[in-house]
Structures are given as structure tokens and as C-alpha cells.
Write a protein that binds this ligand. Structure first.
Ligand code: ZN
Length: 497
């Protein structure tokens, strides 16, 4: 990598819930993303990229801080003592622009830090389209407490109230002290994430990006992060994208049933036909995002001949009932942890086009810093990917940890609200620890890609190796959290460190 003083542009595109095995480049039977596949032919494709968390909050905390989610004071909200890579870029005079509409990644959860411009879902200049909830008949009767909470939730989701409510929250969240108080209210936090995640469609984001780049005339380098929510539940693609994968449309009542009742409450009623319809809808959303990304790629190719790096990935995958689960979070199987990862440098032909070595999403931050010629902080655990891309890496990573919290199969934000669930994966083997059940699992990823046969009782030597890594990791969580409490206290006293 040459580190010259010329102006550089990095565009980091993240697509929520995009599974790599739903791309033809990875042998999927459908051509879901032709524009993406054409564009990434000029770059490097990582076929073994792993998310460090199975859902948005844990995964993005490791993407932004290059530290495992459990370390240095958990991950949601992002603690102040965890420095994000946009903060490091900003300290180095690189302009940072962010746009997305995932509430988990909004300023309320501290993701705005380091950005000069940060358009998140709390910017309420846009109409919010709330998806109508489906017919709830057949659902078990709610307890009184649930009923009350349900009504309050409904009230919060009311469009007029929400506009005012979130405008106030947005305003208050600009003050760090108030934000930290609000962040401690579980109910408020959970409801903030209930607002519609698709406020910014891919079409809207791409238009905003092209417009911003076109009018950007600073002499400083620029970092852009755009996150796309379209592939996230509720899958609701435009009809023309859906019809690429099926002969007819799915009527509103049926898709409402699939995406609401079945998806959340009646998974046990799942039939293969229903599952196929859900997958058709999901693939339609991928195709829609791809169509919009095609416009961005065409623009970038015409506009930049060099000094432009584009990184494309997903924060995690999506479950389609492989382990009796839909959506994401709560489990750490490969349908959630495997992600696509592409790195394209305009005007440069890569040395290697496809890299099968195991890499992780926390490697992205040091890679971006290196491209800008910025020193990578010692705290960052990820590896710069450029040496691997240039075939000069000598220290191979021998295991990757992915982790989150869950309770009864559902994602929880932190250690106070849920139990640890994490995986340690090596090239051939994957070990899972479920704190709630106090159970361990061991899978052979070569012979059993679906992670169905638990071999924990048959490989005692191997299990000992994984337990050793697990115990060291648990110990480092305790130590790093003690350290981070001190860091937090020092920052509170305004002492420069
Ligand atoms: Zn996500």
C-alpha cells in the first residue's frame, strides 16, 4: 500500500441480513445480484468471511471498534470507552459521512461518533411507513402485563405520536449525558428499535450518495458508510423484483400472514411452500438492492479512475428455519455468521481474486485505516486485510470468535438482559457455548456444513483445546471490563489519557 497525500475515497456498503449463499458467485441457483457480481469481478472476494456477532448490534460493534463485542464493556449501546474507526479517521482530518435507517445503529446507540454528517433513522424529515400488523387470531391470549405493554407499544408506533416523540428523543440524544440516561431505560431502547427500519430505501440512499459525492469539493479525503435495510425483515420487494423469482405475486394478506403471524408467532405451522415463499420475498429484496447498487457502481466507475476503495459486506446472515428459527440473533449457526465480503479498488487489478482464508468483520476497520495511511490503534484486534490481498501475510488467524446475548432464543442487548452465546471456529471445527442451557456443541464444518451432528462427546482432545480458548476469552472479558470501568471513570473526571 502506498501512503501518499492524494485525496482518497472509501465507500463502505453494508447490507443488513445478506447471506453469501444467496449470491450466484457462491453457487446459488438464482441470479439475485447481477450488478454486484459484475462489479466485484474487478476486486477481491472473500469466501470465508465471518461476522463477529449474529445480529446487528454485536456485529456492528466489532465492525466499528475492531474489538470483540463482549470486551471493554459490552456492545449495546456502544460504550464511550470503545473508540470507533470513524472517530480515528475524523481525528486524522478525514471527512466521514454516514447514512442508514437501522435504529440499532443510530445516534441513540452512539454510532454517530466521528461522523461529520450522520443521517440516521432519527432524522424525521421522511414519511414513516408502518407495516400493518397481521391478523392476530390464533395467537395465545396475552397476560395483563403483556397486554398493557402491547398497547403502549402500539401507541408509540402511532405515526403522529412517533414523529413528535422521536423528534424529542433525537434532540435530547444529542446531549451525551441525557443519552446515557435514556439508554438505561430498557423499554425506551426496545421501542426505539421498533420504528420502521426501511425508512431509507436503497433507491433513496443511492441517490443521496451520488448527489453528495458529486457536490463534494473539499481537498480532504472522504469516508462514506451506507447501510441498506431492504433485505431485512419484513421482506417486501417491488413486484418486478419478486417476479424474477416466481411466476406470480404473493397477495397482501398472505405476505402479511407469512411475515407477521408465521414469522414471529407460529413457526411450528411452517410448510416447505411457506418457507419457499419467504425465500422468494427475501431474494426479491436482494435483487432490488442490487438494481439500486448497479446505479451507484456505474456512477463510481465513470467518476473515479483511482484512489477509490469500495468495501461491500453484510453485518450477518438470516435464518430460514435451518435450526427451527427465522430472522437472526439468538443463535450462532453459520446461516447467521457467514457473510459476503468484497473489496474493490478502482483502477487496480487485484493480485488474487478469491481468498478462501478465514477473515472476520473486525478486520475491516484496520483495512480502511491503512488505506488512508492512518496508524491502526493498538486496541484494534482485527487484522489489516491488505497484506492478505497482496499475498504477503504470514500470521494466519487460527480461530474466530462470534458472540451475542440471548434469552429463550431471542437476542438481548447486554449481559444484564441475556445469557452469553458464542462460537469459536477453526478451519474445520466449530465449538458453540450456550450459557443459558449450559451446553456445548462441536461441529465438523467440512463434513457437516449444516451443523446438525453434535460431536462434543466424541473428540475430547479437540474439546479441551476449545475449552481452553473459551476460558481464556471469559477471563479476558472480566479483565477488560474491569479496565474499561476505570477508563470510563477517568473519562468522567475529564482527565486526559
Ligand atoms: Zn443487522
Amino acid at each position: 500500500m502506498t501512503h501518499n497525500s492524494k485525496r482518497k475515497l472509501v465507500i463502505f456498503l453494508t447490507i443488513d441480513c445478506l447471506r453469501p449463499d444467496h449470491l450466484r458467485i457462491n453457487k446459488y441457483h438464482r441470479n439475485t445480484a447481477p450488478n454486484l457480481e459484475k462489479f466485484v469481478k474487478n476486486g477481491v472476494s472473500f469466501s470465508n468471511a465471518i461476522a463477529n456477532g449474529p445480529e446487528t448490534s454485536s456485529s456492528f460493534s466489532s465492525i466499528f471498534t475492531s474489538i470483540l463485542p463482549y470486551l471493554n464493556g459490552d456492545f449495546s449501546p456502544l460504550p464511550n470507552q470503545k473508540i470507533t474507526f470513524p472517530q480515528v479517521l475524523n481525528e486524522n482530518k478525514i471527512i466521514c459521512y454516514g447514512i442508514h435507517s437501522n435504529p440499532n445503529l443510530g445516534r441513540f446507540f452512539n454510532y454517530h461518533r466521528g461522523f461529520d454528517i450522520f443521517l440516521d433513522s432519527l432524522e424525521l424529515n421522511h414519511e414513516i411507513d408502518i407495516k400493518k400488523k397481521g391478523d392476530m387470531s390464533g395467537k395465545k391470549p396475552l397476560m395483563i402485563k403483556e397486554l398493557i405493554m402491547n398497547h403502549i407499544s402500539k401507541f408509540l408506533r402511532n405515526i403522529i405520536f412517533k414523529k413528535i416523540f422521536f423528534k424529542i428523543i433525537n434532540h435530547l440524544a444529542r446531549c451525551e449525558k441525557i443519552r446515557s440516561i435514556l439508554n438505561n431505560i430498557d423499554f425506551l431502547r426496545d421501542n426505539i428499535t421498533l420504528i420502521n427500519r426501511k425508512e431509507f430505501t436503497a433507491s433513496y440512499i443511492v441517490k443521496k450518495l451520488i448527489n453528495f459525492i458529486e457536490n463534494f469539493n473539499s481537498t480532504r479525503s472522504l469516508f462514506i458508510w451506507a447501510h441498506f435495510m431492504d433485505v431485512h425483515w419484513p421482506y417486501n420487494p417491488p413486484l418486478k423484483n419478486l417476479l424474477k423469482f416466481r411466476k406470480n405475486s404473493i397477495d397482501a394478506n398472505e405476505s402479511d400472514f407469512l411475515l407477521n403471524n408465521l414469522f414471529w408467532s407460529h413457526k411450528n405451522q411452517m410448510t416447505p411452500e411457506m418457507l419457499n415463499k419467504l425465500i422468494d420475498l427475501y431474494d426479491g429484496e436482494i435483487n432490488y438492492v442490487d438494481e439500486q447498487l448497479g446505479k451507484l457502481f456505474n456512477y463510481l466507475i465513470k467518476r473515479f479512475k483511482k484512489h477509490c476503495l469500495i468495501i461491500i459486506t453484510a453485518d450477518h446472515g438470516e435464518s430460514f428455519y435451518e435450526h427451527k428459527f427465522l430472522s437472526h440473533g439468538g443463535q450462532v449457526y453459520d446461516e447467521l455468521l457467514r457473510v459476503p465480503l468484497f473489496i474493490i479498488e478502482l483502477g487496480k487489478k487485484p493480485k488474487i481474486k478469491r481468498i478462501s482464508e478465514m477473515v472476520q468483520l473486525m478486520d475491516i476497520a484496520p483495512t480502511i485505516l491503512d488505506y488512508f495511511g492512518v496508524i491502526i490503534p493498538n486496541l484494534f484486534q482485527g487484522r489489516n486485510l491488505f497484506p492478505i490481498m497482496q499475498d504477503r501475510e504470514i500470521n494466519r488467524k487460527d480461530f474466530v470468535i462470534s458472540e451475542s446475548y440471548q434469552k429463550a432464543g431471542r437476542f438481548r442487548r447486554n449481559s444484564k438482559l441475556g445469557y452469553k452465546i458464542f462460537s469459536i471456529r477453526k478451519k474445520t471445527w466449530k465449538y458453540i457455548y450456550d450459557e443459558e442451557k449450559n451446553e456445548e456443541y462441536l461441529y465438523n464444518l467440512i463434513e457437516d456444513q449444516g451443523e446438525k451432528i453434535n460431536l462434543i462427546k466424541q473428540n475430547s482432545n479437540l474439546v479441551d483445546e476449545f475449552r481452553d480458548i473459551k476460558n481464556k476469552h471469559l477471563q479476558s472479558i472480566i479483565e477488560s471490563n474491569e479496565k474499561s470501568k476505570i477508563m470510563h471513570a477517568i473519562r468522567g473526571l475529564n482527565i486526559k489519557i
